[in-house]
Ligand binder design. Sequence first.
Ligand code: GLU
Length: 501
Amino acid sequence: MSRPVRVRFAPSPTGPLHIGGVRTALFNYLFAKKHNGVFYLRIEDTDQNRFVPGAEQYIFEALEWLGIAPSETVGKNEKFGPYRQSERKPLYKQYADQLVNSGWAYYAFDSAEALDAHRKQHEAEGKTFIYNWHNREKLDTSLVISNEETEKRIAAGETYVIRFKTPVNETLHLHDSIRGDLKFETNLLDDKVLFKSDGMPTYHLANIVDDHLMETSHVIRGEEWLPSMPLHSLLYKAFGWEAPEFAHLPLILKPIGNGKLSKRDGDKMGFPVFPLEWKSEEGVSSGYREKGFFPEAVVNFLALLGWNDGTEQELFSLEELTQKFDLNRVHKAGAKFDPEKNKWFNHQYLQKQSDESLAKAFAPTLFEKGITIENNKLVRIVSSIKERANFVSEFWDLADYFFVAPTSYDEKAAKNWKEDTPNLMQQLISVLENVGEFSSANIETIVKDWMTNNEIGMGKVMQPFRLSLVGALKGPHLFDIVELIGKEETIKRLEKAIATL
Ligand code: GLU
């Protein structure tokens, strides 16, 4: 690698950052860390019509939450600042001029109406209008008038654009780190607009100028930018600048069917496509953070969308990813998005949390319900149910019986409540009343001794006992439940079951 690694994430703040954009940011982050380079973030807001308030802040917050914040960006180590393209506006004109002067670009004065008429006429003839080599000399451009005439029209305030003059009859041989060698025919390209008379550059010009000025070594971005690669590499050539290496990441595909993952897929199947919740006039879109995903889990599943380390390993910490990530192991083919697998990742990361921190996360739910409980008990409750949970938000449904007596009993389970059950449960109450040290192990020994001594079958006691406490035949080790609920409450629930069932 010849140049020091400097890579960027260059989103346009046109709405909430899509999960695909987050994956692009992540791969850039990993690549930078792997090569002791810099990951910076540049805001590409030259298209003021598409500007959405709050979108920029959202991007920063999302990357911060995921633990992959850039080391240079707006307001942070602005070594090559400003990092917002709208604030770099005065800088681009000279580069557009440079291309005009060297013959790589030209002025075009065609009005929107004129272009529309050309388009319609082509359509009528069954053709597509492309602004390029085959008609640019028949259009209203500086290529067919004198320099004086061009200057006069500009000075008179005519609106214009500056277009790239794509070379004719060339085959471009380009290289993409993921896709290998690629060939593009210049005759198929159109003469893209680089600059407009309102003084704003378009994406293409600003992107290349900034990648150069900010010393970008690698451009790692989504596959949707692959069609721009020939123009971008020609722009580097036109400026006489060393081009960065390109790597176009595979698309993220719908869980079912073909095509790119969209917000609609998420809405239909009930999973977020945004890292954080996004509120707009159109409503609220859910986010991974608000859904209760751990940022580590999101990073982990995103890393595997299009990459693996060549083994079967699926769980990677961010630290591990920064060591193992390799562009050579990124696939070309689209990566299917699997919402069920995402939950599996969250499940795995939930198990890795300490019981104390999970108890802390669960506590507000209890507080809202007016339930108070000693912390060490709560920690044990959480520890006993977390194995069944994908999210902390599921804790209440998995553990409610620790805090409130069942209000109903599972019908199927209630079939185990036989004629002699009330009598047995009454006897069990007397046994429990006499237990001294009310610990799970001690209660278990005493209850089991009582059953053995009286030749009472396990099933006859344990199932109705669990049903009385939980309301169903679910939950962790029964005697743990008994201890955590406490003697008094256990007896109360047994009495209630005898009276009800
Ligand atoms: N501003 C472009 C975007 O919104 C950046 C594309 C690129 O990385 O070159 O994705």
